[in-house]
Structure formats: structure tokens, C-alpha cells
Ligand binder design. Sequence first.
Ligand code: SF4
Length: 245
Amino acid sequence: MENLKSLNAGNFQKELDKLLDGMVKNQETGKRLFLHSCCAPCSSYVLEYLRAYFRITVFYYNPNISFEAEYQKRVAEQKRLIAACNAQETGYPINITEGDYEPQRFFDMAKGLEDCPEGGERCFLCYELRLRRTAKLAKEGGYDFFCTTLTISPLKNAKKLNEIGERLANDYQVPWLASDFKKKNGYKRSIELSAEYHLYRQDYCGCVFSKKEREQNQALKNDTSVIKTTYEKTAVRKDRTEKTE
Ligand code: SF4
């Protein structure tokens, strides 16, 4: 009930703080967390933050990523980051499990929603596709919690992610760890850590539709700056002409 109240209020960070405080107070750190990760940069802060409390297994399952070379690049960065974190021994050791790369599952799910803008209905189904598999494996693996790094992104809907997580927790009978990792400067810290570890930061979310949307927005931005530049040049020329007349 308490859980539901916090969810409705959207106090995901408060809820997480309370749980972590309780774990420390009751000397219950070291529980097993099955953490879905979308990419190394987003997971960097989450791993730094949570490895003090949990034995984490990162689950890299992202059938949404186009294309395979991009997928391989992102998963390699994820593994490199985990190896670097483990070398530091500043918390519990981190493991990784790689899910299958099955892009057709994503395309089947996205049918009819190809033109949906990023952040809309297609994304909610994409969150669920990835979290459902995470919840299922967390249950099978006897984990204490499951969770996702996705809430760190300002472009992702944390409320929706937590709603889906709670629903799946109910379906699979495995506790969901509520989060809004962008809070407490989490997103900012992930940028700092990405620079520190020289992580590859992709410039589109993952699917081919988000890539197309990003390219269109970029083209529009460039067009605007061309117009602006031309406009500014004309204004400067006009100004010079007026001064010499
Ligand atoms: S934009 Fe990102 S979250 Fe949305 S469907 Fe594409 S890959 Fe999934």
C-alpha cells in the first residue's frame, strides 16, 4: 500500500532512499539485484550508486537497437565499463548476463507505431518488452529485486517505467526496485563518468525510428542555422552599407 502511494505521488527517489536506508540500518546490504541496462553511459552512475548496496547482475537485453554493428558496439562498452568498475573494488562485484539479440521481436511489437515520436506509445511497449524479460529471468534466478537504468534519461518517462515495473512485479512475483535515477544529479554524474571512462555515447536512443527522427531534427536544426547565418550575414552587410553611405 505504501508502495502504491509513493508510486502515485511519483516519489520514486524517496522510495528508493527509504529502502536503502532500511537495508543499511538492518545490515541487509548485499541482496541480489537483476538490473536491466540500456547502455554503458546510462548504467555508469547507476552502478556507482547501487553497488554499495546490492550484488548486481547487469542484464543487457535490448532487441530495439538498430543495427547489429551498433548493438555490438554498445554491448562491448557495457562489458568494458563493468570490468573497469570491478577493478576499482568500491562495492560489491558486478556481473553481466547478455540477453539474445532478437531485433525481429522489436519490429513485430512496433508494427503500426513506426511514425510515433520518441516518448510515445511505441516507447512504452519497448520498455515493457525489455522489462518483461528482465522480470521473468529475475524470478527464475531467485533475485531479490529487478530494476532498469532507463529512468536516468531525461527522455524516458520515469512514471511509466515505474508503473510497468510494478505491474510486472505483480505478474512475476519478484520485487521491483522503484527509481528515478536522474534525481540527485544522476544524469549529470553519468555524463562525468562517461567522460572519465571514455565511453561511447550514442546520439540516438536505439531503434531505427529514433535514428531517423534524430537525423530529421538535426537536418532541421542545420537548415535553421543556414537560414539564421544567411540572415545574420545579410544584416551585417546591410549594417556596413548603411555606415559607408
Ligand atoms: S525511441 Fe528508444 S525507447 Fe522508443 S521505441 Fe525506439 S528504442 Fe525504444
